[in-house]
Structures are given as C-alpha cells and as structure tokens.
Design a binder for this molecule. Structure first.
Ligand code: GDP
Length: 205
C-alpha cells in the first residue's frame, strides 16, 4: 500500500513482427499468451486497470504481431499474438510458430509467461504446445483461468485443481482463477508479475 503501482505508467510501446526486431533496450519483461478469444486482452486490461489498453493489440496490422507495452524503467509487458483460429493458412501457422517459439525460447529478458485460458476449456493442444516450448527455459509459468464467472465456485475450484495437477511437470508453474468484469484475481496476478520483475532486480544487483 502506498507504493507506486507496477502499471501506473503503462503505455503502448511498439509492434514487432520478427524476433530480429525485438527491442534492444529491455531490462526485463513478462509475456501474455493465449488462444484467440480466451480473454487475454480483457485480462490484461483488468490487471493493469485500463479499459482499452490491450485492445491496441487487436487493431489491424497488430493481431499477428508481438505488442510491447512499456512499464517504465526498461520493463515491459509483452502481448503475444493469439493462436488457434480455426481457419488460417499453413504459412500463417508457420509464421506464428517461428515468431512465438523463437521469442519464448530465445528472449533472455523474459522473466515469466502468463498463459490465459478459458476456465471452461483449459489446456487445449495448442496451449500444451506453447507450454512445451517454454518449459525447457526453466522460467516460471502462471496460468490465468479466466471467465471464472461462467462457472460456479465449485466448478472453478475443480478446474483449477485439474490444471494445477496437469502442470505438475512444468517447473515453477502456478495457476489461478480469474474474471475480467469483476477483476477477480487481478491483485493475485499483479503480485506474480511484480515478483518476476522485482526478483530480477534483486538478483541483478
Ligand atoms: P482475446 O482474443 O483472448 O484477447 O479475448 P478478449 O479479451 O477479446 O475476450 C473474448 C471475449 O470473451 C469477449 O467477448 C470478452 O468480453 C469475453 N470475456 C473476456 N474475459 C471474460 C471474463 O472474464 N468473463 C466473461 N464473462 N467474459 C469474458
């Protein structure tokens, strides 16, 4: 309490369409990934408490790209392109795989990955693929099971338990229930992101 919020000065920074174009001056970043329509933009907006911020990522020319949001101090929130559209060309799929897997596996500044999943349909094949790309880095994964308002409390708890169990082989993984309209879980998510970004500072000296 009383401390400046992590997202107080958040602002759109840039759109990147290739790993070679990633910003050079980044000290630390956290990334969000998820199937299209899972609720990723709504979750980001709720967590950072800005109504339309992440919808920048949905404007033409930006949906298939990586969108950077500056937090100040050379720290960034990174919005990865949504995946799993039913009808996309093979070329687009390949482009997406190269961009995302390259980013997840090669980006040293990346401190942790948030995977946003609809609590009613978690851990689809593409979610598992994404997680499998990231697990070898041994960096933390945090799952947001969003749209929790669509289930009863008990159903939500059951889903959370199953996902936690399924992730037991991913090192440092955690999961939580989330709901964008009520901001349920927003503070828990912010604490995880803050821990990743600040942990870096503590060890970086
Ligand atoms: P994205 O494609 O993953 O960025 O998903 P969006 O954030 O655009 O959300 C997709 C749809 O799900 C929209 O119609 C949102 O209003 C809805 N939605 C997102 N989060 C929630 C939530 O927590 N609860 C409910 N009930 N609807 C949500």
């Amino acid at each position: 309490m009383g401390q400046p919020g992590l997202f107080q000065d958040i602002a759109f920074h840039s759109t990147v369409a290739a790993v070679a174009e990633l910003p050079g001056h980044s000290a630390a970043e956290v990334a969000f990934a998820g199937r299209s329509n899972a609720g990723k933009s709504s979750a980001i907006n709720a967590i950072v408490n800005r109504h339309r911020l992440a919808f920048v990522s949905k404007t033409p020319g930006r949906t298939q790209a990586i969108n950077y949001f500056s937090l100040g101090d050379e720290r960034y929130l990174v919005d990865l392109p949504g995946y799993g559209y039913a009808k996309v060309s093979k070329d687009l799929k390949r482009y997406w795989e190269t961009l995302i897997s390259g980013y997840l596996q090669q980006r040293d500044q990346l401190r942790g990955l948030v995977v946003v999943m609809d609590v009613r349909h978690p851990l689809t094949e593409l979610d598992a693929q994404l997680i499998n790309w990231f697990v070898p880095t041994a960096k933390p994964i945090h799952v947001l099971l969003t749209k929790a308002d669509k289930l009863t409390r008990q159903q939500g708890i059951t889903q959370l338990r199953e996902v936690t169990q399924a992730l037991r082989n991913a090192p440092q993984s955690s999961a939580q229930l989330f709901s964008a309209p009520s901001r349920q879980g927003a503070e828990e998510a912010e604490a995880v992101l803050k821990g990743w970004l600040d942990g870096d500072r503590a060890s970086g000296g």
